[in-house]
Design a binder for this molecule. Sequence first.
Ligand SMILES: [Fe+2]
Length: 323
Amino acid sequence: MYMASKGARHEAEIPPWTWLRNRLWRLNFLLGRLLFANMDPLSHHVRSILFKLRVRAKASWKPRGDVLFAAEELKQDGYVLLKGAFSPGLVGHIREKVTEALAKTEGRLTRQHAAPDGNHYSWYLKDLATVVPEVQELLTDELIAAVEHHYRSYVRVSKVKCYRNYSVPEKVYAQRELHSNRWHFDHHRGAGLLKIFYLVNDVTDADGPFCLQPRPRTLFLMRNKFGDRDDYRLPMSVMEDPEHVFKLTGPAGTAVVCDTTICLHRASKVAPGRHRDIVQFQLRPSSTPLPSNWFEDPQVTYLSDALLGIREHPTHPTVERRR
Ligand SMILES: [Fe+2]
């Protein structure tokens, strides 16, 4: 009785316009989830669709025959695995240079806020274009053509990052999520986000591989009331069913192209004494062809403290949790 009256008083204290705004925001998320089976609100999907249509209309793009994978494969599964797509020489050069650069304290960055124990467990190369220029060769003409088929327009690179994840003690994990190691979607900060994850070194289960639920499995989980990254509301045996989870393991040079806005994904825990180095490309649709000097744009290849700061993992409830 007491609780009920307290609740009623609390409701009465909320101004009507705030109440309405909250309800509309919740409806926005609910419709986004029902229609698109991810965690973005409907308004973001509409904005994204309109943007892609506008870009396609403006781009004088023509399909090419020599593509690395079919656009349908990426659309249907949400990811495409690239094995042996890069020359052993290129893979070796990138491995050597990244290993050397990450061993030096100057020229690398970490998140502004340390883990709860005061340590940092992820390190990023600050100036990729200067330190490992070979990374630009990973974006081959065939790969660009394949992604263009997916977009049905040109492609632009919004960011390239190279980073290392280290092992995190269990007691630190217990306090806060690190390395994005819980199942989640990336949000539509911009329309048509695709990511490429490239393995700098050989990666096994012990090195904290990137994991992804293919699109059909993500649809199944969403229809079966997946909650959010803080509370899955589904048994771990379902979430981690090895029959369905894709793991990015394999020799150096293995890569995956994936849509992390429609596929649940996470990083894995790194075993003590191990680490995992990744090069990550973030791609978007564009109305103009990718310029040959795209790698010279510091906004694409250079990391700053501020950029890493705003990418800090939430210590408070996430957007989907608040809705
Ligand atoms: Fe993510």
